[in-house]
Design a protein around this ligand. Structure first.
Ligand SMILES: *Cc1c(COP(=O)(O)O)cnc(C)c1O
Length: 405
């Protein structure tokens, strides 16, 4: 008996997927470098990069090879055994950063969940059982588990799920006095994104980060940098903390770590890691050999001064093109960000037309993102070609011309 498969269409999404997303009306089926194709064969230039994930573009041959090779060796064991790819990746991450120890997980939220649990566990075990306060910032984003969404603090993501984890306070970003007003001996951690990504591509000032470091030292609190979006070369350094010279106690990274394969990591120092013992925290999939093999190949390519310098160069291509568009249409109030995490904030007059701009761009064959309510966000491949940038920007220009009428 033969069964005919019904066609797989965008409409099917509305029937079978939990209605928490509103995906575009086309269905991508293939990607190569900074180009993507949909079911109808339409081509798109990709300035979104899977939300800052596809740091080396789609189907980078070295990553494909690493995945294929590992797929014939060993897929999964759980943490009842360790494995070579995880050990190699941990060794390379610690060699490349301030950290001595790594915890692997599968998503940004899980890496942050581990970071917040570690910060509280450390403080309550080492100093006082009452040292549990976490300070975080308005417009922050740290993931969607209940703890991380509560630390993120945006009611639209955290309300409606019952009682929230307690003792988390939020103050304005880049406002050191506001932090001084709430920090005390019961504070275990300050959690900050070096550049707020989802919140609107807003960089922390170097003085703010230095001030947070000083306050953490003064109150014996841990400084946690959420580099889920800024890490892995996104800002032109392997990790964004290198720009400011402010070194965190705990750092989380995810998005670009696996170049499209789900994997995340929490990094910390030996003296902090030592508070944890076998069984204090864990995960089934964390440190999965397939994920770590791809992440290792990714890190090998990204942790290279020539590639990182190229991010800086590409930043200028983007800024120049965006400024040219803005000279013509005056729709951006600010163009900001670092490396290839760039945000163009719409003026109040055009803020309500963000969705329209993104949709018009897709119709022109360009994938771009939003951030916050009024920012067009660009997180392309770190190795996107000059031609792809120019062609993509020509499409954006067209899209904006169309929206402006
Ligand atoms: C995307 C993001 C997260 C959440 O990562 P998931 O993989 O979606 O859980 C956390 N923090 C920051 C800064 C992010 O950009």
């Amino acid at each position: 008996m033969s069964v005919t498969q019904p066609p797989i269409t965008r409409e099917l999404f509305n029937d079978v997927i939990l209605p928490i997303y509103a995906p575009a009306q086309f269905v991508p089926v293939k990607g190569q470098g900074s180009r993507v194709w949909d079911q109808q064969g339409n081509e798109y230039i990709d300035f979104a990069g899977g939300i800052a994930v596809m740091a080396l573009g789609h189907c980078h041959p070295v990553l494909v090879e690493a995945l294929q090779k590992q797929s014939e060796q060993l897929w999964h064991l759980s943490n009842i055994y360790t494995n070579e790819p995880a050990l190699r990746l941990a060794q390379k991450l610690t060699a490349a950063t301030f950290a001595d120890r790594v915890f692997f997980a599968n998503s940004g939220a899980e890496a942050n969940e581990a970071a917040f649990k570690l910060a509280r566990y450390y403080a309550t075990n080492k100093i006082s059982p009452y040292k549990t306060k976490i300070i975080a910032f308005h417009h922050a984003f740290h993931g969607r588990t209940f703890f991380t969404v509560t630390v993120g603090g945006q009611p639209k993501y955290s309300d409606g799920f019952g009682p929230k984890p307690a003792d988390i306070v939020h103050v304005p970003f880049n406002d050191l006095d506001a932090v001084k007003a709430v920090i005390d001996d019961h504070t275990c951690a300050i959690v900050v994104e070096p550049i707020q990504g989802e919140g609107g591509v807003t960089p922390a000032t170097p003085e703010f980060l230095a001030g947070l470091r000083q306050l953490c030292d003064q109150y014996q609190a841990l400084l946690v940098f959420d580099e889920v979006q800024t890490g892995m070369g996104r800002t032109g350094k392997l990790f964004a903390y290198e720009h400011s010279g402010v070194v965190p106690d705990i750092l989380t990274t995810a998005k670009a770590l696996g170049g499209g394969f789900p994997v995340s990591a929490m990094l910390t120092r030996e003296d902090i890691a030592q508070v944890m013992t076998a069984g204090t925290h864990g995960t089934t999939f964390g440190g999965n050999p397939l994920a770590c093999a791809v992440a290792e190949a990714s890190l090998d390519i990204i942790n290279d001064s020539q590639l990182l310098d190229g991010v800086e160069q590409r930043h200028h291509w983007f800024i120049k093109a965006l400024e040219e568009i803005n000279q013509r249409y005056h729709l951006f109030a600010a163009i900001r960000g670092q490396g290839l995490l760039i945000g163009a904030q719409l003026t109040p007059e055009y803020a309500g037309r963000l969705r329209e701009i993104i949709q018009a761009a897709a119709e022109q064959g360009l994938l771009v993102l939003s951030a916050g309510s009024d920012v067009v966000r660009f997180t392309p491949s770190l190795i996107i070609s000059e031609q792809d940038v120019q062609q993509g920007m020509a499409k954006l220009h067209q899209a904006i011309a169309q929206v402006m009428g």
